[in-house]
Design a protein around this ligand. Sequence first.
Ligand SMILES: Cc1cc2nc3c(=O)[nH]c(=O)nc-3n(C[C@H](O)[C@H](O)[C@H](O)COP(=O)(O)O)c2cc1C
Length: 148
Amino acid sequence: MRAQVVFATITGNNEAVADDLVAHLEERGVLVEKSEISQSEPEDLANYDLAFLVPYTYDEGSLPDEGLDYFDDLADVRLDHLVYGVAGSGDTFYEDFYCLALDKFEQQMEKTGATKAADLVRINLYPSPKDKERLAHLVDQAVLKVTA
Ligand SMILES: Cc1cc2nc3c(=O)[nH]c(=O)nc-3n(C[C@H](O)[C@H](O)[C@H](O)COP(=O)(O)O)c2cc1C
């Protein structure tokens, strides 16, 4: 089983989320590639069974600037074979805009025909031990969906 973890970060929190996902995937024997979003193309996902998208949220619910091409290009790929999860760090201070980029990426992934592993995982700032459990659960659900 092969997975790609695609992340965007400015201050490192979302890379920490990506690293947790990578660690959980490797524990389950999945071959994982971690990629920064501006260095990635949605077409690459054709080569994987599993994908995890890990964007930060900025400026009242905005997507990462460096992820806009990736986001737009998702509308043009078919990924019926793929199981995906969306997770990421925002800040509850932003209330209604909290982690809104996650919802936007989930909606975009829905258009590709890919299968959602489980509910998205919103994390306030740096992942806590409890958040790491939630990320492990997301990985477990994703692996189960691939093998189902
Ligand atoms: C100018 C600015 C705007 C932000 N806007 C939002 C927002 O709308 N929603 C949110 O959940 N977090 C918002 N954040 C918080 C970041 O998403 C949060 O700090 C996140 O952990 C950053 O991820 P990173 O460390 O991977 O860059 C904002 C932060 C800054 C500095």
